[in-house]
Design a protein. Sequence first.
Length: 451
Amino acid sequence: MRASGSATQNLIHDQELVFLRLKAESDSARAYANNLSADLQVQFQKQAEAMERANKLEADLSQKQKIEKVQRAQIDSLEARIERESASTTEVGAEIESLRAELAWKKKEQELQSAHAQFQHRKIDRLKESKADLEARSDSLSNNLMARSAENEDLKMALVQTSKRIENFESQIDSLGKLSQSGSQNNEELKALKHQLDSIEARDLALKSAIAKKENELATLESQKAKTQKNLKALEVATSRQLEETHNLMHRVNNLSKKEAQAHLEIVALRDELNKSQDEMDRKKIIYDTKSRALNAKLDNAKLSNEIVFEELKKEVSIMQRERDSIAVVQRETELRNGKLVSKIERLESERELLIDASSSNAISSVYYRVNLGSQPSLEDISGLTMGLEIFRRESRGKIHTSVGHFSSLKEAIHTKDTMAQAGFRKAVVEAYRNDERIPLKEAVDTASIP
């Protein structure tokens, strides 16, 4: 019994040991499971945080891509506007240059017309003085003619009286002849009568000679009077023509003054537009600088999150910087063009000052003028406008330039240029030539003199 009880106790003890071991293993497994669960929970949290960060990065990347698309669209729009503004600035500069050149030509033409009008006024004054002299001479000739006519009338009356006396003497001679035939008349009385007859005939011849001389003088005076009246009529016609031409010239001068004022207003408007374009470019430059700084800030923030976005933003910033540099280059080119335009205007003004006293006609025979219509028109375009003028073609810088006419007077060339301008050739200009070689217009005008 004691052996079985000991075996039972040993069995119970072994079972207790097994239970304790199993309990320890169970506790160890439970602890391991708890640790594993905690580790899994930590991993799950990390994965969730990683997923959240990934989603956030994806959202940020999507947002940045949207912002990039918007910014690229804005950049494209700004580039297009800059190109349009540059083209507009170029067109405005070209239009300003064209208007200034046209204004300089109009001023020079106005000054030439004014000089010609002053010359016409002086010529009219001289014609008036000549007319007054001719009228005085005509009055003097008329008075002289009247005096000579009175003298001629007196001479004619004396001639009539002498003729009557001669007839009386002839009748007396006839009667004396009859008496002589009958032998009853005294010879001495006959000689005395013959002597008286001879003296009367001598006086008659002298009177006839004087009358013929007076008639010649009268004819000469009448001829001079007719010429004087003809000259007076010619002077009156010339004076009326000069007055009409002077009126037309003054009308053209007034029109040119109005055109000059209008051109000044257009130039002021174009300058304002150019200044506005410059201000717009400056404002865009400031906007570009602001955007560039904002993109640089975004680039600094993007360095902490995403290298790809950083590279893209870096490229975008470099593009913005290049665009800003190109804008600066365009601005410098615009300033250079403006400087050239100002210098060209000053040069044209100085040339206008030099051409104030130049004449519009009577150039030397080796200098002539043509009207250049530009490189657009063809022979068919101007076939109905040339009015019999010569047409010339020459090649310059790869373009064919058309010119018409061969004028010895600048006034005729300017008139033809105005006619062509009214017909649609707005870019028509006057060119000067010497010995078939083109020369500056100033040099051609310097060689001319006022008639």
